[in-house]
Design a protein around this ligand. Structure first.
Ligand code: OAD
Length: 252
């Protein structure tokens, strides 16, 4: 019998995990690319860009409303649970950066989570700087939501999904937190794991290379070979729900 690959974690090891849509696939949420992927039916720039929202806000809200409806009753899988359990053991020596907007890591119990691309469950104003707020509603052309705060000032602005779209910058505090975690200081060992992502979208795809340049051991856990496969020293191919539960061995 072939022994499964394991990452041995001693008390000086810090672990950062980057996840993508593949981690939620076994929960029943379709990935973005590939056969039956979400982008197969839509042009990315129509539904996930500021220009797409300006052109057709109803289409964009329909897309994200469908995502909300599809993700509403979805449960985290064994991969999400394994990462939450790892955080439980490592505490502040663990950080999870996810490109997923579905909230399943938090539903599994993860707390040290950076939602790099925003959250499906939040809405914000497309114009004013009122903070994003919790929202699970669906919108169509018939009930496109306007901002009450702008309305009170006599302005009109549409509300929009709290998603980082193509062409938009990620939150600088999120990037700073990732950067700080990848500088853990002398005497520590850094491990970086990328799981369930095609490595096609920056800046997430570039974190592996940054981690490696800072001396991290880099691990890839994925169903298929991603675009940035060359940035990893160790590769484990397969499904995250099957691999993550046995990947980490905490010692000491
Ligand atoms: P993709 O759909 O591009 O890639 C999903 C990856 O997961 C592929 O490499 C699959 O091989 C792999 N995969 C599928 N099922 C898996 C499983 N059960 N276990 C492990 N791996 C599996 O999704 P992302 O890389 O997350 O951004 O896409 C990145 C970003 O592109 C998304 O966050 C989204 C999209 O544009 C925004 O919408 C802002």
């Amino acid at each position: 019998m072939v022994r499964p690959a394991q990452i041995k974690l001693d008390p000086r090891t810090h672990v950062m995990v980057l996840t993508g849509a593949g981690v939620s696939a076994e929960s029943g949420i379709p990935t973005f690319r590939g056969s039956a992927g979400l982008w197969e039916e839509h042009r990315v720039e129509d539904v996930a860009s500021p220009a797409g929202f300006l052109r057709d806000p109803a289409l964009v809200w329909r897309f994200y409303s469908e995502r909300r409806a599809a993700a509403k009753d979805v449960r985290p899988n064994a991969g999400h649970a394994a990462l939450a359990a790892l955080e439980e053991q490592l505490g502040d020596r663990f950080l999870l950066a996810t490109q997923n907007i579905d909230g399943l890591h938090q539903a599994a119990g993860s707390r040290r989570v950076i939602e790099m691309h925003g959250s499906l469950w939040k809405t914000r104003c497309s114009r004013c700087d009122r903070p994003a707020f919790d929202d699970r509603d669906s919108y169509t052309a018939q009930n496109l939501p306007g901002c009450a705060q702008c309305d009170a000032r006599g302005d009109f602005a549409l509300l929009r999904p709290h998603i980082v779209w193509f062409g938009e910058a990620l939150a600088s505090e999120d990037l700073a937190r990732i950067d700080a975690f990848l500088r853990p200081g002398a005497g520590t060992r850094l491990v970086f794991v990328s799981c369930g992502t095609s490595g096609m979208v920056q800046p997430a795809a570039g974190i592996a290379r940054v981690a490696r340049s800072r001396g991290a051991e880099t691990w890839l856990v994925n169903l298929e070979s991603p675009d940035n496969a060359g940035d990893f020293e160790h590769t484990v191919m397969g499904k995250s729900g099957e691999l993550l539960p046995q990947l980490f061995a905490v010692t000491g």
